[in-house]
Design a protein around this ligand. Structure first.
Ligand SMILES: [Zn+2]
Length: 111
C-alpha cells in the first residue's frame, strides 16, 4: 500500500499540548520531537504554552500529569479556538476595517 498519511506529519495544537511535558522531560522520540518543534515554529500559542510550562517546572521543580490541570487545558483550547476564529471567522465580520487592533509597526524599534 502506498497510502501516505500526510495528516500525521503536522501536529495540531491539542496534540502539541499533549506532548509538552514529554518534550520537557526529553522523552519524545526523535520524530515526535521534530514534529513538535516544527509546530512550535509556526504556532505562537503553543510556544507560549511551552514557556508557561517551563515556568511551572522552574517553580515546582518537576512536573507530573496532575500538574496539567484540566483548567489549564481548557484555557489553552479556548485560546486556540479564538485564534482560529479570527482566522476563519470572516463570515460574521462583514466590514474590511473590522480589525480590533491596528497593524503592528513594521519598523523594528530595537536599535
Ligand atoms: Zn499550536
Amino acid at each position: 500500500m502506498a497510502l501516505r498519511l500526510r495528516l500525521r506529519r503536522d501536529l495540531v495544537c491539542q496534540q502539541a499540548v499533549e506532548l509538552v511535558t514529554d518534550y520537557l522531560e526529553d522523552t519524545l522520540s526523535r520524530g515526535d520531537r521534530r514534529r513538535f518543534e516544527s509546530h512550535l515554529a509556526g504556532c505562537p500559542h503553543c510556544t507560549e504554552y511551552l514557556a508557561q510550562m517551563r515556568v511551572t517546572i522552574t517553580l515546582t521543580g518537576s512536573i507530573t500529569p496532575e500538574d496539567l490541570t484540566p483548567v489549564m487545558r481548557i484555557e489553552f483550547i479556548d485560546l486556540y479556538r479564538r485564534f482560529h476564529a479570527t482566522e476563519a471567522g470572516t463570515e460574521s465580520a462583514t466590514g474590511p476595517d473590522a480589525g480590533p487592533w491596528p497593524e503592528p509597526d513594521p519598523q523594528d524599534p530595537d536599535t
